[in-house]
Design a binder for this molecule. Sequence first.
Ligand code: NAG
Ligand code: NAG
Ligand code: NAG
Ligand code: NAG
Ligand code: NAG
Ligand code: CU
Length: 376
Amino acid sequence: MFSKTLLASSLIAAVSAHQNFHQFWVNDVTPGYQVGVRMPPSNSPVTDVTSEDMACNVDGQTGVADTVAAAEGDTIKVQWDQSGHPGPITHMLFGPVDSAKAATGVGSWFKIDELDYVDGKWANEIMGAANMTHEFKLPTGLPSGEYLLRSEMLALHGAQTVGGAQFYIGCAQLKITGTGSDGACGPTIELPGAYNAEDADIYIPNVYNGFDPTNYTAPGGPVASCDGSGSTTPVSSKPSNVTTPATSAAAASSVAPVSTSVSLASNVAAISSVAAPASSAAAISSAPVASATGYATAAPGGNNTAIPSFAAPSGFKTSVIAAPTNGTSPSAPGSTGSAGSVKKYGQCGGKTYTGATSCESGSTCTAMNDFYSQCV
Ligand SMILES: *[C@@H]1O[C@H](CO)[C@@H](O)[C@H](O)[C@H]1NC(C)=O
Ligand SMILES: *[C@@H]1O[C@H](CO)[C@@H](O)[C@H](O)[C@H]1NC(C)=O
Ligand SMILES: *[C@@H]1O[C@H](CO)[C@@H](O)[C@H](O)[C@H]1NC(C)=O
Ligand SMILES: *[C@@H]1O[C@H](CO)[C@@H](O)[C@H](O)[C@H]1NC(C)=O
Ligand SMILES: *[C@@H]1O[C@H](CO)[C@@H](O)[C@H](O)[C@H]1NC(C)=O
Ligand SMILES: [Cu+2]
């Protein structure tokens, strides 16, 4: 079965393929690597759907310094770490609020974007073909104000057990200029609250046994509509040309009094003085912000993992980082722990696996298929 093969081969990357959301672009201009993004302390997933970490991940209730200007209709591009975990990506907004920096994200959200399984590929694979990026537009009709933007990649490779689905979550802080009035966008959902461990889109008992992902839809309900005054303009037209320089400038000037906000327009100006202005993306990659450090060893997207996402099983053995049973090797993502124990979500068994097999306390070695057992 195709879907079974797809999921099974995806597991090859499971050991070291945890992922984070690191960077975004507004109309192709980025404030920088991890700027305006609340970074969690690790790249591990949230699995307890009742946890407040479902909103903006671990430590995600605390704001970061920068809030980034945008306007309704703008194109947002997000970039995640490489992911071989099959599943959808969704985006939601929390707001408007007076201060995105002060917002916890625990409460009401509305979905603005969703990519599930299209033409035989899950969202993570579609993103993999685009340097782990995904683009969508901010809806027209948004009320002006500050917002949290929540990016969620749901990994379904453990979804055959209750609590096995893995939620990778990151939140960014935006100040959006829009034409809607408060309450314009709905339906809204509560996080935590809206997701339940046994929902059909989260717990999929037959995920390795006949599951057809063709009509799968991600948790969180339908994409919201915003019935503000903006809805009188055709939402389906491409607003990007309208907004690029003009609304960035407008948004930036409205942002100016907010001392913690990043003005993309002024960033571009500043960066343009040190690099060719022709391509803002290229210019920014050479700017100091791109050298932001302190986050693991992974570059966003691209080649941060040596493990091919969908390699044939023959590549499996060499791609797995096995912990020696005495536990003295340098730590590898998700695979090693102290005293020979395997960390939660690490590999602990499988036909060709030779590493440690005992899980750290609180997790149990569970066979996902012949080639892969995981501490869950
Ligand atoms: C992929 O993304 C990384 C990180 O943003 C960037 O440095 C690199 O140039 C991108 N590669 C391509 C081919 O766009
Ligand atoms: C998916 O939805 C389409 C359109 O409603 C339907 O024709 C098809 O049978 C569905 N496929 C599955 C596997 O449910
Ligand atoms: C927007 O700009 C692109 C590239 O400059 C152009 O191809 C496209 O036709 C424009 N779209 C509209 C709606 O003006
Ligand atoms: C990853 O590395 C391979 C081989 O070095 C290269 O062909 C490919 O373009 C790189 N991909 C990205 C996204 O940088
Ligand atoms: C642990 O295993 C490594 C690799 O096999 C070996 O080099 C090291 O000496 C061992 N350490 C202990 C304390 O047994
Ligand atoms: Cu992972």
